[in-house]
Design a binder for this molecule. Sequence first.
Ligand code: 3PG
Length: 306
Amino acid sequence: MKVLVATDKPFAKVAVDGIRKEIEAAGYELALLEKYGDKAKLLEAVKDANAIIIRSDIIDAEVLDAAKELKIVVRAGAGYDNVDLDAATAHNVCVMNTPGQNSNAVAELAFGLMVMAVRNLYNGTSGTELKGKKLGIHAYGNVGRNVARIAKGFGMDIYAFDAFCPKEVIEKDGVKAVASAEELYSACDIVSLHIPATAETKNSINYALVGRMPKGGLLVNTARKEVINEAELIQLMEERADLKYMTDIMPAANDTFAAKFAGRYFSTPKKMGAQTAEANINAGIAAARQIVGFLKDGCEKFRVNK
Ligand code: 3PG
C-alpha cells in the first residue's frame, strides 16, 4: 500500500518523520510531494496512491479521476471544504478530517492577531489591552473552545454564538451564549471567526453584520476567506475608519485592503494558523493512524462523506 503525503504547504520535518514511522510500522510505503505548486505534479503523484494525506490541498474530481487506486483521503486538519466530497463518494473514496488536532495552534494565532491589532500593529503608538474587552467567538467548535480558554487568561468578557452547539455547553465553560450572530456582533468589541466555509456561510460576514460592531470593532479571521463578503467589508471599512480587520487567510482583494486600510488591516502572506510543529505532529500522525485503521480494520471514525 502506498500512502502519499501531498502538502503544498509542508508539515514540519518532525511531523513528516512521525507520519513515516506510523506508515512504515504498518508495512506501507510513504511517498512525499511537497511545495508542488503545479497541479500536474499532484495528478502524477496520485496515480498509484492508495491513501493520501493533505492539508488545504485541493482534491477535486480531476484529482480523483487520476487516482485510480485511491481508497482514502485524510485532511490533516479541520476544514474539508478543499475536498469534493460528492466526487469522492462517486469514486468510492473515504474522506476524513482530524478534528481538534490543530485547534490550539489556530486559537493561539487568533490572539497573536488580536494583540497586534490593539497595539496598533506595533507601530510604537499607545494602544489598548485585551483585558476587560468583550470577545465574541463566532462558532464554538474545537478552535472556539480553545479561544475561550485562552481569553479567560487575558481577563476578557467572553461571548459566543454557535447555531449548532447547545447553550448549556457554551455556558458550562463560563462563556455567555447569545441567540444570534447579530447579537454577538452588536455586543462585542472583538469578534473571532471560527465558522467553516459552507454554502450557508460563504459571504455571510457582510456589511450588515460587521456594521453592528461597536466603535473600534476588530474582526479576526483565522477561519476561511470565503466566509467574508470582501466587497461589503471594504465598503464598511471605508465608511468606518474605526474598524480593523486581521487575518491569516489573505483576501482575494488583499491589495485593496492593504492600500486603503493601512494600520488597521493585516494579513499573513500564507495561511499559518495551524503552522506549528505541534499542530503538524498532532494532525499528521492522527491522519496516518486513521489511514492505517481504515486500511487494516475498516475503521471509519471521522469519515465526513457518506
Ligand atoms: C484547518 O482547517 O485545519 C486549518 O484551516 C488549517 O489548515 P492548513 O493545514 O492548510 O494550515
